[in-house]
Design a binder for this molecule. Structure first.
Ligand code: PEP
Ligand code: MG
Length: 622
C-alpha cells in the first residue's frame, strides 16, 4: 500500500511512454537523481604548469581505477561475474596506454589542461563508437562517458555523486551510468526510469541481471518528476505513470501481486518429475523454455543461472532454450563468423545447457537487423531477410548448418528456420541440411542424425498453410512479433503506430489457432517464442488454444510459471473457443480475457489501468 507523503498536494496524473528494458512493475516514491555532465574549458598552460598537470592526470587515473574496481566488486557480489565484466571492460579502457599517452602528449606538447585533454580525447573516442555501424558499440559509448566523467570530476575538483537512497524508491534520471545502477542497487532501489538509453545499454543489462524493472527512452519524463512523487513504473507495457489516482494504483497493486506473480519463488513448483514444466491447477503441462536475447556472455550466463536453479530445486532437469537468435552473434563480428567459430559458440551453448534442449535459429538478418555495409532496401521487413538470405548464400548457409550439426552430437540441439513463407523455401533449406549432413558423414564427424527441425510461423502465409508444412518438420514455433506486424501491416519498431500493434487482434489469434490446430492434427508440437508468450493477458488464451511450449526472456519466466499455475486448462479452452468464435476487435478480446481473469479474482478488470493502457501498445524492437 502506498501512502502519499505528508504535506504533499496530490498532483495531476502524468503518463509517459518509454521502452521496457527490464520487465516487471514497480510502485513507489520517485528518487530524482541529477547527474550533471561535466565539461572542461580550454586554456593554454604555461610550461611550468605542465609537470603538475601530468601528475594530477596520473592521480585522477589512479583514483578512477580504484573506484571502478570497487564498483566491480559490488557488481560481482550483486550480479555475478559475467555482468560485472562490464566494469572490467571499463578498467581496460581507463588503463589503455594508447589513450593515456595521447592525453599526456596533449598536456605536454599542446599545453592543454589535463581536464580539457581528457574531455577531447575521450569525447573523440565516444564519437567514433556512436557513429559506427554496430549498434552494440554505439551503446558502449556510454561506458566511455562514464570514465570521462569520473576523471573530470577529480580534475575539476567536484564532489562525488551520491548513489544512495534512504527510502525504497524508483530512481528517475536523465541518464545513469552502469556504476550508478550497481551502487543504487545496494540501497533499496525498486526500479529505474531513465530518459535516455536503449534496451541493450549496460544499464538495461544490469537492471535485468538485478531483476529490477526498468524503462528507458522516456525522453523528457524526468524533468516533470520530483523526489517523493508516487510513480508506477510499468515495465510490462513501457509506461510510467506519475501521481496515479487511487483507482489506477489499486489496479496495479492487484496486478502486481496476482498476474505478475511477484514474490513467487521459481524453485519448487516450476519443476515436475521429468521436465521443466509448469502445470495448470488441473494438471495440464506447459513446457517452459527461455529465449536468448543476444550473444553476450552476460545474457547467456543469466539464462544458465536460471536453468541451474530449476535443476537444483529437485526435479533434476534443467530449463532449455526455445530460441537462440544466432544473428546477434554477428553483431559482435565484422564479418560472418567461420564454421569453426560458430561450431565452438553453438557447442559451448549446447554443453552449458545439456541435457536441456537448445534451439538454434539460423541467422535472421535483414529487416531491422541490417549488417554493416549491406545493401539498403526501401522496405527491409518485406525484403531480403532471414531464410531468404541463407538460401541465396549457400556457402554461408552450409557453414552455419554444419556448425549447428557439429554442435548437436549430444542430441540436445534443435534447428529452426526463420521467415519461412512457402513450402518450396523449406524444401530447399532441407536439401541444404541433407547436403551438410552428408558432408559430415563423409568425414566421420559426429552429429545428431535425428536433429529436430522446426520452422518459425511468423508470416501469415506460413500460418495459413501450416498443415502443408506438418510432414516436413518436427515442430512449429510461433513468432508472434513478426506475425503481428505482417498480419496487421504495422511496423513493429515504429512508435508512431505502436498503438496499432495489437498482438491480441483476432486476426493474429486466428492464425495462431490455425497453427496450433495444424500441429495437433499432425502430431507436431507447437510452441511460441514471440513476446506474446510473456504477455500476461495472453497466457490463458495461449494455454486454451493448445500451445504446448512457451519460450520467453529469462526475466519473464517466473511470472509466467506463476500465472500458469493459477489457471484451469478446461476453463482456458472454453475461453479460447469463445473468443475465437465471436471477437471482432482487440478490445473485445481484452475485455473477455479481463472478465475471465476477474471472475477468477486474478485481476480487477474495471480498473482504469488495465483498460486504458490496453496491454498492447508496446514497441517490440529486436
Ligand atoms: C518473432 O518474430 O516473434 C520472433 C520471435 O523472432 P524475432 O523477434 O527475432 O524476429
Ligand atoms: Mg521474427
Amino acid at each position: 500500500m502506498i501512502v502519499h507523503p505528508k504535506n504533499k498536494e496530490p498532483k495531476e496524473t502524468l503518463r509517459f511512454s518509454g521502452i521496457a528494458a527490464s520487465r516487471g512493475i514497480a510502485i513507489g516514491p520517485a528518487y530524482r537523481y541529477f547527474r550533471t555532465l561535466l565539461y572542461a574549458e580550454d586554456r593554454t598552460l604555461t610550461p611550468d604548469e605542465v609537470g603538475h598537470e601530468i601528475e594530477r592526470f596520473d592521480t585522477a587515473v589512479q583514483k578512477a581505477r580504484q573506484e571502478i574496481e570497487k564498483v566491480r566488486r559490488v557488481a560481482e557480489q550483486k550480479v555475478g561475474t559475467p555482468a560485472s565484466s562490464i566494469f572490467e571492460a571499463q578498467m581496460m579502457m581507463v588503463s589503455d596506454e594508447f589513450i593515456l599517452s595521447t592525453i599526456r602528449q596533449r598536456i605536454k606538447h599542446d599545453l592543454k589542461p589535463a581536464a580539457y585533454a581528457v574531455d577531447i580525447e575521450f569525447s573523440a573516442h565516444q564519437h567514433m563508437l556512436e557513429t559506427g555501424d554496430n549498434p552494440l558499440m554505439r551503446e558502449r559509448a556510454d561506458d566511455v562517458e562514464d570514465i570521462k566523467q569520473r576523471l573530470l570530476r577529480y580534475l575539476l575538483d567536484r564532489k562525488k555523486w551520491l548513489s544512495k537512497i534512504d527510502v525504497p524508491s524508483i530512481l528517475v534520471a536523465e541518464m545513469i551510468t552502469p556504476a550508478d545502477a550497481i551502487l543504487f542497487a545496494r540501497s533499496s532501489v525498486l526500479g529505474f526510469a531513465i530518459d535516455g538509453g536503449g534496451v541493450t545499454s549496460h544499464v538495461a543489462i544490469l537492471a535485468r541481471s538485478l531483476g529490477l524493472p526498468a524503462l528507458v527512452a522516456l525522453h523528457s519524463a524526468a524533468e516533470h518528476i520530483e523526489t517523493g512523487d508516487i510513480i508506477i513504473l510499468d515495465g510490462e507495457r513501457g509506461e510510467l505513470i506519475v501521481s496515479p489516482d487511487a483507482e489506477t494504483l489499486k489496479g496495479y497493486e492487484q496486478e502486481q501481486s496476482y498476474v505478475l506473480g511477484s514474490g513467487v519463488d521459481l524453485t519448487g513448483p516450476l519443476l515436475e518429475e521429468d521436465a521443466p514444466a509448469s502445470r495448470t491447477e488441473d494438471g495440464h503441462p506447459i513446457k517452459l523454455l527461455m529465449n536468448l536475447e543476444f550473444g553476450s556472455e552476460v545474457a547467456i550466463v543469466e539464462a544458465e543461472r536460471l536453468s541451474d536453479s530449476t535443476a537444483a530445486s529437485g526435479g533434476g532437469k534443467r530449463l532449455g532454450l526455445g530460441l537462440v537468435r544466432t544473428e546477434h552473434f554477428l553483431l559482435l563480428h565484422d564479418d560472418f563468423p567461420t564454421e569453426e567459430d560458430q561450431t565452438s559458440l553453438y557447442r559451448d551453448l549446447a554443453e552449458r545447457f545439456y541435457p536441456a534442449p537448445v534451439t538454434l535459429r539460423t541467422f535472421d538478418v535483414g529487416g531491422d537487423k541490417v549488417l554493416s555495409g549491406s545493401y539498403r532496401e526501401d522496405n527491409p521487413f518485406l525484403g531480403w531477410r532471414g531464410l531468404r538470405i541463407s538460401l541465396d548464400e549457400p556457402d554461408l548457409f552450409l557453414a552455419q548448418l554444419r556448425a549447428i550439426l557439429r554442435a548437436s552430437a549430444r542430441n540436445n540441439v534443435r534447428l529452426m528456420f526463420p521467415m519461412v513463407t512457402n513450402v518450396d523455401e523449406l524444401s530447399r533449406a532441407l536439401a541444404f541440411l541433407s547436403e551438410a549432413k552428408e558432408s559430415l558423414r563423409s568425414t566421420g564427424e559426429a552429429f545428431d542424425e535425428k536433429l529436430p527441425v522446426g520452422i518459425m510461423i511468423e508470416v501469415p502465409s506460413a500460418a495459413i498453410m501450416a498443415a502443408s508444412f506438418v510432414p516436413m518438420v518436427d515442430y512449429f514455433s510461433i513468432g508472434s512479433n513478426d506475425l503481428t506486424q505482417y498480419t496487421l501491416a504495422v511496423d513493429r519498431g515504429n512508435d508512431l503506430i505502436s498503438t496499432l500493434y495489437q498482438e491480441l487482434h483476432p486476426a493474429v489469434l486466428k492464425l495462431i489457432l490455425m497453427t496450433a490446430e495444424a500441429g495437433r492434427n499432425g502430431g507436431k508440437p507447437v510452441s511460441i517464442c514471440g513476446e506474446l508468450g510473456s504477455y500476461p493477458l495472453a497466457t490463458p488464451l495461449l494455454v486454451g488454444m493448445g500451445i504446448e511450449e512457451i519460450s520467453v526472456a529469462p526475466s519473464a519466466l517466473r511470472a509466467l510459471a506463476a500465472r500458469i499455475k493459477l489457471l484451469n486448462y478446461q476453463e482456458c479452452k472454453d475461453l479460447a473457443k469463445r473468443i475465437l468464435s465471436n471477437s471482432f476487435s482487440p478490445e473485445d478480446v481484452k475485455r473477455q480475457i479481463l472478465e475471465f481473469l476477474s471472475a477468477r479474482q486474478l485481476i480487477d478488470p474495471f480498473s482504469e489501468t488495465t483498460l486504458r493502457s490496453g496491454f498492447g501498445a508496446r514497441l517490440i524492437k529486436r
